[in-house]
Design a binder for this molecule. Structure first.
Ligand code: FAD
Ligand code: NAP
Length: 548
């Protein structure tokens, strides 16, 4: 390993792509813990990733702020010093937090901003990756680590006539930094996922009229956002060791305990009280009330009906309430948004809900949105239409492995990975929060840290053993894919047409992209693989073909 950060960018130990939570922590571990020469390439002008790009009104986290952050793995001092102002922090506050991390650990000096990676090819003779950028640079490194995020390539549906629209249009994932003033405007919002649910109440307060185009209603859960009091902040800080330990053990990386009981094992009235109590606490607590909500359809239906009734209580017009109440998929088989006043928005005079499942969008016209039922004239269109998740950004990197095999081709029939972190024929490539790892089915900072720490420990091991190449075996990969599919099949998750299964992108291979076996279980498997000398990986020394 080199002693200092190399200034010769053609001889890096490791190249990291992306400077969000993942890339920042990865750089810190590579450079400051391992002493490797490392460089981060980032398309944006600054750090932040998700929180750099998603600046739409209402954007905030729905993991609670106190655990939507780096843990004691990064710094106990920072945990003590940083105080979140709200239970669910806003985008500007999370961005400020990540900027603070970058400053505190002096990370920016090894990040090249405004640099988009367009190709990455493995040279099997040299045992190195060569990365090309939009600016025409070529940079080589022994290890390539993608930290490009699961939700960083926007999905802009290809509606006929989309480019003919004469007004202004925006995608929430590429929101203008200067903000948008909708005062007095007629605004169309297409999409009612977590993003639309946050944005719509905010825009409705400003615009003359908002027309919401909904294809699938969601089971939105009350967020229960509130300011963080001094007392709460102190209690959390004192409890952090236990909190972080819990996040690493639980199924979803939240420090919440799931009740050890099934939904149908309790009488109806008791179950109702349990749901009400969880509802009153706000956030994803509702998902912790029973341990079979994701496994058993009848159990799931009890929570689904509870949530439908909440919508019916809050939305005055019964017809609109029924449009908003999901009936075509089980609860939590699409990611449930957290909402703060979303349903009440439909009681406003200036908000119209259009059901585009019944009456699909036929075209975007120069003056608005046309469905089978007629045209809605608007001044602006907001596409809250989500992302080509998990693989979209990876494919855009143009990664080619041994023999020129492209990652997109290899995964054409669905991702094939070992532990969601590496893939055969792509030596020395590590994918942070890749498909078939818990990633988006978890509180992500916890999963990000686990991946980064595992990769860092692996690189240390390779160095100590004089190993220059690491690559999963075909057998290990086949085994992981089979395990992933088996676990997936035990749940209700494949039931819905969600982005978790790639259903939002026309032509995308359908499979459950994240791993649903649980954050704690997954961590145990990864630790076990490491403890057994990186079982399932072929490790080879320089020039050697024999395993180390
Ligand atoms: P990102 O933050 O997506 O960063 C990836 C970076 O890679 C970006 O800066 C991007 O510009 C860069 N990049 C991509 N391609 C290239 C390229 N070709 N060349 C150079 N750079 C490139 N998760 C939770 O757990 N809890 C939440 O409450 C939560 N809220 C969310 C809210 C929104 C609006 C969204 C969109 C996502 C949310 N997520 C949440 C998921 C969120 O993406 C992760 O929590 C986390 O921020 C991901 O960090 P990351 O560093 O892995 O990826
Ligand atoms: P999303 O969940 O994929 O929602 C996109 C919305 O656009 C859906 O309502 C979808 O309808 C609709 N849509 C897509 N294509 C369409 C088309 N051709 N015609 C009509 N409607 C169309 O995306 P998102 O809301 O941006 O959220 C993505 C993920 O980011 C979330 O699940 C979450 O993980 C994260 N996120 C978190 C928060 C938070 O609260 N912290 C906020 C925002 C995002 P269908 O459902 O029918 O496909």
């Amino acid at each position: 390993m080199s002693d200092a950060v190399s200034t010769d960018r053609s001889d890096l130990d490791a190249l990291v792509i992306g400077a969000g939570f993942s890339g920042l922590y990865m750089l810190h571990r590579l450079r400051d813990s391992l002493g490797l020469s490392a460089l981060v390439l980032e398309a944006a002008d600054d750090v932040g990733g998700t929180w750099y790009w998603n600046r739409y009104p209402g954007a905030r986290c729905d993991s609670e702020s106190y655990f939507y952050s780096f843990s004691d793995r990064l710094s106990t001092d920072l945990l003590e010093e940083w105080t979140w102002s709200e239970r669910f922090a806003t985008q500007p506050e999370i961005l400020r937090y990540l900027q603070t991390v970058a400053e505190r650990f002096d990370l920016r000096r090894d990040i090249r901003f405004g640099t988009t990676v367009t190709s990455a090819s493995w040279d099997d003779d040299a045992g190195r990756w060569t990365v090309g950028t939009a600016g025409g640079e070529r940079i080589t490194a022994r290890f390539l680590i993608t930290a490009v995020g699961c939700l960083s390539t926007t999905n802009l549906p290809d509606f006929p006539g989309r480019d003919s629209f004469q007004g202004a249009w925006y995608h929430t994932g590429l929101w203008p930094h200067e903000g948008v003033d909708f005062t007095g405007q007629r605004v169309a919002v297409i999409g009612t996922g977590a993003t639309g649910v946050q944005l719509i109440p905010e825009v409705a307060q400003e615009a003359a009229h908002v027309t919401v185009f909904q294809r699938t209603p969601n089971y939105d859960i009350a967020g229960g956002n509130h300011p963080v009091t001094e007392d709460f902040d102190r209690k959390i800080k004192d409890d952090y060791p236990r909190i972080w330990a819990r996040t690493r053990e639980t199924a979803f990386g939240f420090p919440y305990d799931v009740a050890e009981r099934t939904a149908l094992s309790v009488p109806d009235d008791e179950r109702q009280v349990i749901f009400e109590e969880a509802w009153a606490q706000g956030g994803f607590r509702l998902g912790t009330t029973f341990n079979d909500l994701l496994l058993d359809e009848d159990a799931n239906e009890t929570a689904a009906e509870f949530l439908r009734n909440k919508i019916r209580e809050r939305v005055h017009d019964p017809e609109i309430a029924e449009m908003l109440a999901p009936k075509d998929h089980p609860f939590f088989t699409k990611r449930p948004p957290l909402e703060n006043g979303y349903y009440e928005t439909y009681n406003r005079e200036n908000v119209t809900l259009v059901d585009v499942r019944r009456s699909p969008i036929e075209a975007i016209t120069p003056t608005g949105v046309r469905t089978a039922d007629g045209e809605y004239e608007v001044d602006s269109i907001v596409y809250a239409t989500g992302f080509d998740a998990m693989t979209g950004t990876l494919y855009k990197l143009g990664i080619t492995g041994r023999g020129g095999l492209s990652l997109a081709d290899k995964w054409a029939q669905g991702p094939r990975t070992y532990l969601g972190i590496a893939t055969h024929d792509f030596p020395n490539l590590f994918i942070i929060t890749g498909p078939q790892s818990p990633s988006v089915l978890s509180n992500m900072p916890v999963s990000i840290e686990q991946h980064v720490d595992w990769i860092a420990d692996c690189l240390r091991h390779l160095h100590e053993q004089g190993v220059e190449r690491i690559e999963p075996t075909v057998e290990a990969e086949d085994g992981w894919v089979a395990h992933h599919d088996e676990v997936t099949g035990m749940t209700l998750l494949p039931r819905a047409d969600s982005w978790w299964v790639g259903a939002n992108i026309p032509g995308k291979h359908r499979s459950l992209y994240p791993y649903v076996g649980g954050v704690g279980v997954y961590r145990g498997i990864c630790d076990d693989v490491a403890a057994k000398g990186y079982e399932g990986f072929a490790l080879s020394r320089a020039e050697a073909t024999a395993p180390a």
